[in-house]
Design a binder for this molecule. Sequence first.
Ligand SMILES: [Zn+2]
Length: 330
Amino acid sequence: MTDLAQSIADKIFAEYDQLRSKEALLKNKRVNEIHERFPELEEIRREIASAGIEHAVKMSKNPEDEAVIREALSDRLKELETRKRIILEENNIPEDYDRIRYHCELCRDTGFVDNEKCRCYKARLMKYSYERSNLSVYMKNATFDSFDFKYFSDTPEKDGISSLTRIKKAYNEARNMCESFESYEKSLLFFGGAGLGKTYLSGCIANSLIEKGYSVLYMTSGRLFELLENKKFNKLQNENDEENIAAAYDSDLLIIDDLGTEIPSRLTASFLYDIVNERIMAGKKMIISTNLSMDELSRDYTPRFVSRLFENFYAVKFVGKDIRKQKMYE
Ligand SMILES: [Zn+2]
């Protein structure tokens, strides 16, 4: 488990602990209040508890009468339960008033069922992953099923390939990555003009992976470099910034959007090389989106970086007409 995954797991288990203590306190409070109003219930509770002990004592003294004693105990308990039920019904007291109310009956708020993570654990993990992913609302709503191909033309471009053919290829590659995330060997480089679906398709991938339990971090390159610069000069603002930096290295998928829109410098070039290189070494995947061409990337971020891209990224080209502009005329 990575540090990031461990810290999220720790937080989730702390939530379960809190939940259980809270519900145990509430149960005690409920029982005290109700027993104060209906002392007979308290008496019945005590009798049920002592009946078992009394019968065990009898049994040890007269083992030959086991069957009779067992039956007597069963009758006694039935009688007590009946008396209890009548009081509860007559006074509209919920029958579970003296039991802990679990938010999840499956795992009794422990997060585990038979050593497997409960589905409520997975739901909590997803919630955390979303909170920490930095995805915008626009991206959170992006799904493969809602991907709209109508903004892409099937007329061939200069290179003979239509924007529809290209986007379908991109879409299929994105799905491939999600369907076999562990064994998928490359990262993705989305390049092409603005408004051609790069961010949306990144969102589709992010949502699909988060649902599968992977951690995802989205950042524009400008924000990422700002954080890395602040870290370098010990100027990180808060714990959230620290967590984002850790997640940039640790998360299962890092999405760096809009690479090339920040002002390039030697520092940003070295930050980018460092983070991309570290993640490649750790076998962690990325999606990098950029409006820049390979030549421009090489100019702004060093040829060394571009050669890393060639070795480890699957380049997906986006072409066509700006979807945001098309939508304005709809
Ligand atoms: Zn559960």
